[in-house]
Structure formats: C-alpha cells, structure tokens
Design a protein around this ligand. Structure first.
Ligand code: CAA
Length: 426
C-alpha cells in the first residue's frame, strides 16, 4: 500500500466539497435527536404536563412557607399544626383526586403523588395526614359510596372541614387483617358497633372514621363490612395517643367504639364486601405512602447535599471527598428509582390497570429507599446527624414508618409474589 492512495470516488464532482459539512450536519442532527430522546426517557419530569408542574410548584411553595418553619417544633412537641392544616383546605389538598361535584380537584394520580411528595419532603407527618385522608378515606367513599353518602360525607372531607381516619388494625389483627374481632350487630335500622381499633393515623383529630367490622361474628369473612362512623356519636371514644418514634406531629391513636349506634345507611358498599373495600383502599393508599417515602428520601438527600457543601473536614468541604460523593450518588439514584416506580403505579391507576402489584412494588421499594437514604444522610452528617438539632435525624425516624404502615414490607412482598406466581401460570 505504500505510495499508493485509493481512488477518490468523488474526485472532480462539484458536490464533493459539500460532503464533509453535510456528513457532520447529519451526525449533529442525529445526535441532537438522540440526546433529546435520551433526555425524555431519562427524566420523567420532561413528560409532566404544565398543570402537574404547576401543582407541584404550588405544593412546594406551600411546604416551604407554611411547614418548613414549624416542622422541627411540631415534631418535638408532638403537636398537630391546625394553623397550617386550615390553610390546606382552600388549596384542595383534602380532595386532591375527589370528584369536582363534591368540591374536589379531581386531578390524576401523578399529580396526587407530586403533592404528597412535596409536603412529605418538608414535613412527613403532614404528608401522612393528607395521604391517609385522601387515599384511604376520601377515595373509598368516592369509589364505593352511594350518592347520599357522597353528599353527606365527601363534601366536608374534601373541604378540609372534617378529617378522615381508616380503622382496620386491632390488637390481634395487624398484617392478618381478616382476624378482626370488631362487631356490628343489626338492630332495626341501625348497627350497634363494638370495636377497639389501634394505630389509627389522624385518630386524635378524625371526624369521620371508616370502621372495618363484621356483621356476622360467627363468620368474620362473610360478614366483613365497612361502616362510616362520625366522631361525636355516643360510644365513640378516642384513646391515648401513641408515643411513636417518628411522624410525631400526627396524632396516631386508638379509637374505641362502645355500643355505638349508627344508621344502616352508613354501610359503605355491601355487607360482606368490607374486605374488598379495605384491600382496594390499601392498593390505592400504598401509592400515597410510596410518594410520601420518596418525599422523605428527597428531603434527606436535600439536607445531606447542603451539609456536604458546608461542612469542612481535612481542609475541604465534605462534598469534595470521594467517599461522600459515592454516598450522594447512590442516594440520588435510589430516590429517582423510587420516584419512577411510584409514578408508574400512579400511571397504572390512571389507566385503570390492576393496582395491587405496582402499588406494592412502589411502596416496598420507596419505603426501603427512604430508610436507606435517611440512614446514609445521618452518616454523612456524622455526630451531628445523630442530634435532634439537624433535620436529618427526623427524616431518619419518619422514614422507618413507611416500611410498616399500610402493610409491612413483608405484606408487600406477599402481594407481589402472589401476582408474579399468578402471571407465571398464564
Ligand atoms: N382488591 C380486592 N380484593 C382483594 C384484594 C385486593 N387487592 N386482595 C384480596 N382481595 C380479596 C380476595 O380476592 C379474596 O376474595 P374471595 O374470598 O372472594 O376470593 C378476599 O379478598 C381474601 O383475600 P386473601 O385470601 O388474599 O386474604 P388474606 O387473608 O390471605 O390476606 C393480605 C391478604 C394481602 C395479606 C391482606 O390481609 C393484607 O393486605 N394485610 C395487610 C393489612 C394492612 O395493610 N394493614 C394496614 C392497616 S392501615 C394502617 O396502616 C394505619 C393507617 O392509619 C393507615
């Protein structure tokens, strides 16, 4: 080959001088398109609608202005912040997905997740209050209630004039929800309820409780029913508040019903349908808890990034140490993955798909992520991270609950495994 050159096929042709620039042009155009496609695929945010982004911005601003200044104090005092809660009603936070007819914002589920994430990013106790109210009280009433029930119960709940609670758990019925011992005996046009419900989120402030009970004590499954009970009904008693490790601004309590008489018209769905009402509510609720967990994880990442830039050790900010960068990279990746799984579950819901498995996957992964990311955040803060003077300690405590309520990690795994095995048979 030495001394020889290949013949140039373009030699002497007038267009040959344009070839190089044309090639580069095509390559650049293709690259631009590729980068754009990658951008869309990589960052789900690009696919959020303007409305969804506006709602997220509004929730972010609200959390920054109204919750950030009090989050530490209400956690320490175990105080429910009525002053901030009262401002949530006019923003439609109590009826994010509720029908417009009853005053709700009737948004899609992705918007709902964005609001819960932003609130929880600053104050997980308030994220929990809203998630339970919206997704396991307002939603099942919207789904299973008749027109009279919706008119009576939804309107004040959606306006934020009343707060809801979901009462399934009992001393002997935690993960095994079918083991409830509550009873609702028929008497004329009424039910007489006796129940001891524990670990009730919002319990201390709830006005309307969805009580899971059985109208057939001899056959709990056959009689499993959901009944709406209002605070103030004779026999309705709020027990002691739990002295919980985290979510301390949420008044989690027991609710005791002693011969509590309610009209039969308060039955949600049909007699014997209560377990399905509970499971459907939890399928939906788990998306909200996943969004809450994403918010907690994002909040822990936010404060860790800030601290890593400020804190100087070995003469440089922590952020310049590779050991810290590796942790931050893992934290950011986990948060993003949890968010995508959560928004995927929301998307499945909006498309009318079967929610059980996607919502269980989202909650399982997001709950674990919140705990892991908050724990890494504590590690980045070193000794200060173990002190109540720094917010990462609160995220660390709050995160743990997301692996327990609305179904423990192990319950989510059962739901997921059952679905996978079922699919395997198809
Ligand atoms: N949607 C609709 N129906 C469902 C369903 C679902 N997701 N899951 C089950 N069902 C139906 C089944 O089809 C079955 O119906 P048939 O009898 O007609 O066939 C019936 O319900 C019983 O189902 P299983 O046999 O699967 O019931 P199980 O006893 O094995 O329990 C379980 C299943 C998934 C483990 C369930 O008990 C469960 O989710 N447990 C966890 C409970 C939980 O999350 N508790 C948290 C309480 S709330 C809280 O945390 C506090 C708060 O304030 C928010």
């Amino acid at each position: 080959m030495t001394g020889r050159s290949s013949p140039d096929p373009c030699q002497g042709r007038w267009w040959s001088s344009f070839l190089l620039p044309l090639d580069i042009h095509v390559i650049i155009l293709t690259l631009c398109r590729y980068v754009n496609v990658l951008g869309r695929v990589r960052d789900l945010e690009l696919t959020l609608s303007i409305k969804q982004k506006q709602l997220r911005r509004m929730a972010r601003q609200f959390a920054k202005a109204e919750l950030a200044p009090i989050a530490k104090e209400i956690d320490e005092e175990g105080r429910f912040p009525w002053e901030a809660v009262e401002k949530m009603g006019p923003l439609n936070f109590f009826g994010i997905q509720a029908p417009r007819r009853y005053g709700g914002a009737e948004t899609d589920s992705i918007s709902y997740c964005l609001v819960i994430e932003e609130i929880s990013r600053v104050c997980a106790s308030m994220g929990l209050m809203l998630a339970v109210h919206n997704s396991v009280v307002v939603h099942p009433i919207s789904q299973f209630g008749n027109d009279e029930q919706k008119a009576k119960f939804l309107s004040p709940l959606v306006a934020g004039e009343k707060i809801g609670a979901f009462c399934l758990t009992e001393p002997n019925a935690g993960s095994d929800a079918m083991a409830i011992e509550s009873t609702a005996l028929r008497e004329g046009d009424s039910y007489i309820l006796n129940a001891n419900k524990i670990f009730v989120t919002n319990g201390g402030v709830a006005d309307i409780a969805v009580i899971f009970t059985s109208v057939d004590p001899g056959n709990v499954k056959k009689g499993f029913s959901a009944i709406l009970v209002e605070r103030g009904t004779p026999g309705f008693e709020v027990g002691l508040l739990e002295n919980n490790c985290g979510m301390r601004a949420n008044p989690v309590s027991s609710i005791i019903l002693n011969d509590c008489r309610v009209p039969k018209t308060n039955l949600l769905g049909r007699e014997g349908e209560g377990f399905k009402v509970a499971m459907a509510a939890l399928d939906n609720g788990r998306i909200g808890i996943a969004a809450q967990a994403v918010g907690i994880a994002q909040g822990a990442l936010d404060v860790s990034l800030k601290y890593a830039k400020e804190r100087v050790q070995f003469r440089v900010p922590l952020a310049q140490h590779q050991a810290i960068q590796l942790m931050l990279a893992d934290m950011g990746t986990m948060v993003e993955a949890a968010r995508l799984l959560t928004l995927n579950a929301a998307h499945v819901k909006d498309q009318g798909g079967d929610l059980s498995c996607p919502s269980a996957m989202a909650k399982l992964f997001a709950g674990r992520t919140a705990s892991k990311v908050a724990s890494m955040g504590v590690q980045i803060h070193g000794g200060y991270g173990y002190s109540k003077d720094y917010p990462v300690e609160r995220y660390f405590r709050d995160a743990r609950a997301t692996e327990i309520y609305e179904g423990t990690n192990e319950i989510q795994q059962i739901v997921i495994a059952r679905e996978l095995l079922k699919r395997g048979e198809d």
